[in-house]
Design a protein around this ligand. Structure first.
Ligand code: F6P
Ligand code: MG
Length: 444
């Protein structure tokens, strides 16, 4: 799977890893949350009796899945209905590499779990389009109301006000770095690192404590390279096309929309596509319906009475109406493959992405897939860990990810590694979500 023979994907049996903890502790909890959600919906008086009956059967299947995980059984074949993706899963879970839930490649077993759940729902008559995570996604976003309003106001106070001003090169870069970091830390579990923008502060942006502190936690920060690429002779065209391969809905999606609005407002991009998932995935990942829901929520009485939110929302609606902002999806985003297999499994998608000027991958799971979820030495370059994605020219890729798994590459020196280990021993900095990467690579 990974071209380098010395590197293998992390397994759920690797002691002390996030993989091991996730399989042992987190998956049973996540499946229990799904059971609770379906049971709550089944209680609904208005539900037809056939739907209730089917809901109860779904709960039983989810309970079996949960006990299989807890009892560390083998992964069971999915009813494939000739679907090539399900056949791919069935082939891989039967390989000698995959033994039981707690002795399997982490990436494969985790994606299989969400695909399995999707099969349970999609094989039903009444629950086929049910989003078992919808309640969680919506309530989490509504709980972040204050942060949403603050960020919207900061955005309108700065970027909008700055629209007609000509900024120095340094100021332009500072603004770019700031807006990109808003989207980066939107992927964090701890949102306290969110920075505060103001017109005055922009003048002395580099000195600002919050920026300095959060920047120190970006263990591979290629934003200066991205900026110089965007300003390089080849790509100063006014019709730059940027893709954002989205991760989570709710607050993170909101920060991604802020970044997209900034890129369009400042004419850094002419067109932006947001890639969503086709079905519920890794609890909080964004689907088309989540983007639509978020736009409605921003317009709701609860949020839109607020100046910043209203202005931002109008900008977003204009961009969607003109096609400058658009939503895309592809079946490959919800498979168990790492992106080292994109050329083989989804050549159309890869060719499409190669035609874009910049592709931004959000979040931890995309990073794991980009790097094959491999146990690379941390000093490996990001480009090397991308493997075959870099084989042919075209792809210009930025990964914005807070570190929540076992893989992390792109560190500069042993000294940097030692410092991180001192601050956060036993690779805590790779897993605890307090550190991040903004890693850039170009295939030339
Ligand atoms: O915390 C680990 C984890 O749940 C992984 O399973 C997964 O890679 C990641 O978090 C999901 O995070 P994100 O939404 O950033 O992709
Ligand atoms: Mg996610």
């Amino acid at each position: 799977m990974i071209a380098n023979p010395h590197v293998r994907p992390v397994r759920t049996s690797d002691p002390g890893t996030m993989a091991e903890e996730t399989a042992r502790v987190r998956w049973p909890r996540i499946v229990q949350d799904m059971i609770d959600d379906v049971e709550q919906t089944v209680q609904d008086q208005a539900l037809s009796s056939s739907m209730k009956e089917e809901g109860i059967a779904i709960v039983q299947k989810l309970k079996t899945l949960k006990s299989d995980i807890i009892e560390d059984k083998s992964l069971t074949k999915l009813p494939d209905h000739e679907d090539p993706d399900l056949q791919w899963f069935n082939k891989h879970i039967m390989s000698p590499d995959t033994n039981t839930w707690r002795d399997a490649p982490w990436l494969l077993a985790e994606c299989y779990m969400y695909r399995h759940v999707q099969s349970i729902f999609s094989d039903s008559s009444f629950w086929a389009r049910y989003d078992v995570f919808q309640r969680q996604k919506e309530s989490t976003f509504l709980n972040s109301k204050t942060a949403v309003q603050e960020l919207a106001l900061q955005y309108t106070d700065t970027v909008q006000d700055l629209r007609d001003l000509s900024l120095s090169t340094d100021q332009q870069f500072s603004l770019f770095s700031e807006m990109t970091q808003v989207a980066l830390w939107g992927n964090a579990t701890d949102l306290s690192l969110l920075t505060h923008l103001s017109l005055e502060e922009l003048q002395s942006l580099q000195e600002r404590e919050t920026i300095r502190q959060s920047e120190q936690k970006i263990v591979d920060n290629d934003l200066p390279e991205v900026w110089s690429y965007l300003n390089s002779a080849t790509y100063t065209s006014s019709d730059r096309k940027v893709d954002i391969i989205l991760d989570n809905s709710g607050f993170e999606l909101f920060t991604d929309l802020v970044l997209a609005t900034y890129l369009l407002d400042r004419k850094i991009a002419k067109q932006i596509r947001l890639h969503v998932k086709d079905f519920p995935w890794f609890v909080s990942d964004a689907m088309r319906s989540d983007v639509e829901w978020l736009l409605k929520a921003l317009r709701s009485d609860d949020l839109s009475d607020h100046t910043g939110t209203g202005v931002l929302c109008s900008r977003l609606e204009d961009f969607f109406a003109s096609g400058e902002l658009d939503i895309a999806s592809h079946w490959f985003w919800t498979t168990g493959s790492s992106y080292h297999e994109m050329q083989e499994r989804a050549p159309d998608l890869l060719a499409d992405l190669r035609g874009r000027d910049l592709v931004i991958f959000k979040g931890d799971l995309h990073y794991r897939k980009l790097t094959g979820d491999g146990l690379w030495p941390h000093l490996t370059s990001f480009k090397e860990a991308l493997g075959s994605l870099m084989d042919r020219p075209g792809l210009r890729l930025l990964s914005l990810r807070t570190n929540k798994a076992d893989v992390c590459v792109g560190l500069e020196s042993e000294e940097q590694l030692d410092d991180l280990e001192k601050a956060c021993p036993n690779e805590g900095w790779v897993r605890n979500g307090k550190y991040a990467v903004a890693s850039f690579a170009q295939a030339t």
